[in-house]
Design a protein around this ligand. Structure first.
Ligand code: ZN
Length: 249
């Protein structure tokens, strides 16, 4: 079995804890974890993690709210760092617009565009964080005509989920699907060829406990199997194919 957690933040844990978390994941059959390094410090930590653990892959970007804390020069430095590491990363992310945490739409939009341009330039998938700005994100992405897009933990309305689906983009199902009708609905209306599974560890624990970890990604796989009427093995195989198609093209 090869389970894949396409979105986690294991750099949030203490080093000793990280070791245990990667061990737990491997024991559970989670062979690939995409760590999303999404603020200045976590970019460096993510690059360290991939050297230490072959199961961990790097996704680098700056979280929308964190971009607001950077000067123009500091942001360029981070973009350069990502560009320099283009062979060490599998995607750009998580980037996007978050109007829940800040109402500064213009600055966020400008920076998001820079990351979209970077993803196109490097020909990498881009992992999107959108909160209360789902439509704004979709419109910018449609205009860019970039094709390799994953909407992470997308909480837009059904119509927007359908729009993402019809655009041929991907959606990742978080482990909190366990208690979320909205994500269960997403599974039923999006073809499995466009789905991924993620934990967003240490957040979004499937049983609402304290720290989520990649080993729990199985909860998302099980929910997909249940709703799509497939075996766990079939889901695992298809998601692995999706992974290879998008991230290892
Ligand atoms: Zn995240």
């Amino acid at each position: 079995m090869v389970f894949i957690d396409t979105h986690c933040h294991i750099d949030y844990f203490e080093e000793k804890e990280t070791e245990k978390i990667v061990e737990n994941a491997k024991k559970a059959g989670v062979k690939i974890m995409l760590n999303s390094g999404s603020h200045v410090e976590s970019l460096k930590k993510t690059l360290d993690l991939i050297k230490k653990y072959p199961e961990v892959r790097a996704v680098l970007g700056i979280f929308p709210i964190d971009t607001l804390k950077l000067s123009e020069d500091e942001l360029s430095d981070q973009i350069d760092l990502i560009r320099k590491n283009k062979d060490n990363i599998v995607a750009i992310g998580e980037v996007g617009i978050d109007l829940k945490e800040s109402d500064d739409l213009e600055s966020q939009r400008k920076t998001f565009q820079k990351f979209i341009d970077l993803a196109k330039e490097l020909d990498k998938p881009i992992v999107i964080h959108s909160r209360k700005a789902e439509l704004e994100c979709i419109e910018l992405l449609e205009k860019s005509q970039h094709k390799k897009i994953v909407m992470h933990c997308f909480s837009g309305k059904r119509k927007l989920v359908e729009r993402v689906r019809d655009n041929g983009w991907y959606l990742s199902i978080p482990t909190s699907v366990n208690n979320s009708e909205q994500f269960q609905d997403m599974i039923s209306i999006v073809p499995i060829e466009q789905l991924f599974c993620e934990t967003d560890s240490p957040f979004l624990h499937p049983l609402k406990e304290r720290n989520n970890e990649p080993a729990n990604v199985i909860y998302s796989y099980k929910k997909i199997a249940e709703i799509k009427g497939l075996s766990l093995k079939e889901v695992e195989k298809q998601i692995e194919m999706n992974y290879k198609k998008l991230f290892e093209f």
